[in-house]
Design a binder for this molecule. Structure first.
Ligand SMILES: Cc1cc2nc3c(=O)[nH]c(=O)nc-3n(C[C@H](O)[C@H](O)[C@H](O)COP(=O)(O)OP(=O)(O)OC[C@H]3O[C@@H](n4cnc5c(N)ncnc54)[C@H](O)[C@@H]3O)c2cc1C
Length: 538
């Protein structure tokens, strides 16, 4: 039986929120947000959603590829940011696409784009719909077009070819994370790309948004795993050569990476794959005191510059460690991990622990675990951490349902500016939370670390006002975004630009580069129908 996704939030319809889960999350919210009163709101029901009739009709020759079913249109209205979930809960689906297109193969994709181009119909590629930046919300440009289409790649979901010699696989753009891994597993291979949204996001979405996996160093960005790409554009197909490397001019793959559906539809890609790891090492280091987080950052800098390349190097500030149930609020926590398909990791771990201790970290010997010859699925320490990480989006929806604003934002900055940057962004966030929500919590962790700087990831929890949560979040988000840009950071490290980040992305990118992108879009999408409003204006 095919499982159906929730049309308004994270996960599947059969994953019903239980009264016990609500009670637990209400207690959590009240503990961290003193004075907060949870709202008792039910999950929205599709029967209560009324959508306006589609404005245009596809021709008979394409009709079988389109649906105007209410559930489909509602489920393709938004991505999965807090502002999306809130609007879904409130039953606001005014931005629903007129149609959802479900191509069965690449030829269908080309035919759909042809029709959209000739009839001034805006079309947004839709992978898993987990965008948190308004990337799939085609309804935002509704009034400027004769119609809007969400083009769902769900049927392009196969690993088409595996090359075990060069260790690469040809994979279709609509393949979800778990399906992709299931199809690679019989070959003993993995793409080893695990964003937190892994369960519900797709290869095409990852490439289009330059997604970051949960590994902290080295090959964790989808960019590094792409060998070649194939994209259907309104002007034709653009396919790059399979090459391990090439110095032949600007890279066509780099144009496709981060294009967010504004240039075309990524139908397939050759991806670099790896043997599945069997050796693992894990350790945790505590950094107590007021400057614990900054000391932990120092450890991360030393680790990222050591050439050890830990798979995990996740520094969590004291408040967030407490929120995650792995601390009492008195210490920042650094979670370290190594993995290899080839060799035991004792020496790597020993040196990493030494660096943590040099930076003031406490690493009891019992906090160091090494395993060898263990398949990932059976390693309970590693999978336990990952399970709770992957479970977080479900818990977030429960918080939002009861009226908590629960959202994250992420960035990157070079090491020499980090301390000042962190202070300024925390200050801007807390000031905005106080002014807009009457208080709240803000925490920080590192998701990725590089030899030249970290990627800090901030989480905010605040009491929302019923009916005003979207505006409240927009105000807070604008304040922290201004601070990020003013301090020299990036508006996004891995969540992409979409529509929500455009004002700050436009400040960040060189103006001339914006013109260059515009010209490129004109060449590939002359009618300007491909996901208008993301990344670049037509
Ligand atoms: C709870 C949660 C956790 C997340 N964790 C992470 C994380 O750890 N790392 C990370 O990088 N991101 C994360 N994200 C953001 C999001 O999952 C990523 O941006 C992801 O790459 C989107 O993939 P998708 O298949 O869902 O794409 P969608 O949301 O469907 O689309 C995203 C954008 O890509 C375009 N697009 C999608 N498919 C194609 C295609 N085949 N061709 C051309 N354009 C296409 C869309 O038009 C849109 O602009 C998270 C989101 C949520 C809700």
């Amino acid at each position: 039986m095919t499982r159906r996704r929730k049309f308004w939030g994270w996960g599947y319809e059969d994953e019903v929120i239980t009264p016990e889960q609500r009670e637990t999350m209400a207690a959590v919210a009240q503990f961290y947000l003193p004075g907060f009163t949870p709202v008792d709101r039910a999950e929205p029901e599709i029967g209560a959603i009324n959508l306006s009739a589609p404005r245009v009709a596809p021709p008979d020759s394409l009709a079988a590829l389109f649906t105007a079913d209410t559930w489909e249109r509602a489920a393709h209205t938004y991505g999965k940011s807090t502002r999306d979930i809130v609007r879904g809960i409130e039953g606001d689906f005014s931005a629903a696409p007129d149609w959802v297109a479900l191509p069965r193969d690449e030829a269908d994709v080309a035919r759909i784009l042809d029709w959209c181009t000739s009839h001034r119909v805006a079309v947004a590629p839709f992978g898993g719909g987990t965008s948190v930046v308004g990337g799939v919300e085609i309804g935002r440009v509704r009034d400027a077009f004769a119609g809007t289409v969400s083009l769902d790649l769900r049927h392009l979901n196969r690993v088409l070819e595996v090359d075990p010699i060069s260790r690469a696989a040809r994979i279709q753009g609509g393949t979800l994370g778990p399906d992709l891994e299931d199809q690679l597993r019989p070959h003993g291979l993995t793409l080893r790309h695990f964003p937190q949204s892994f369960a519900l996001s797709t290869l095409g979405g990852w490439i289009a948004t330059r997604a970051g996996g949960h590994f902290a160093t080295l090959y964790t960005h989808i960019d590094d795993l792409v060998e070649s790409t194939r994209m259907v554009t309104p002007a034709g197909v653009m396919e790059s050569r399979r090459l391990p490397g090439s110095g032949a001019g600007p890279s066509p793959d780099r144009t496709v990476l981060g294009s967010e559906g504004a240039l075309g539809v990524i139908t397939e890609a050759w991806m670099r794959v790896l043997p599945r790891p069997i050796y693992r090492g894990q350790a945790t280091a505590r950094f107590p005191g007021d400057r614990g987080f900054l000391q932990g950052a120092q450890a991360c800098r030393m680790l990222s510059q050591s050439g050890l390349y830990p798979a995990n190097c996740r520094l969590i500030d004291a408040t967030e460690a407490m929120l995650n149930g792995v601390g009492d609020g008195s210490f920042a926590l650094l979670v370290l991990g190594f993995e290899s398909a080839d060799h035991p990791l004792d020496a790597w771990m020993a040196r990493a622990v030494e660096l943590c201790r040099d930076a003031g970290g406490q690493v009891p010997d019992k906090a160091i675990k090494l395993s060898g010859g263990v398949d990932e699925a059976r390693d309970s320490a590693a999978s336990g951490w990952r399970d709770s990480f992957l479970r977080a989006p479900y818990l977030r929806d429960i918080l939002i349902l009861m009226g908590v604003i629960a959202e994250t934002f992420e960035t990157a900055i070079t090491w020499e500016r980090f301390e000042q940057f962190h202070g300024a962004v925390m200050e801007a966030g807390r000031t905005a939370l106080d002014a807009t929500c009457g208080g709240g919590r803000m925490t920080c962790r590192f998701t990725h670390v590089y030899p030249d700087g970290p990627a800090p990831y901030f989480t905010l929890l605040a009491p929302g006002k019923p009916g005003q949560m979207v505006q409240q979040w927009d105000t807070v988000k604008a304040a922290v975004s201004e601070a990020l840009i003013a301090q020299g950071g990036t508006i996004t490290h891995h969540h992409a630009v979409g529509r929500d980040h455009r004002p700050w992305y436009d400040q960040q990118r060189p103006a001339l580069y914006g013109e260059f992108l515009k010209a490129g879009k004109q060449a590939l999408d002359p009618a300007g129908v491909m996901n208008p409003g993301v990344v670049v204006d037509p």
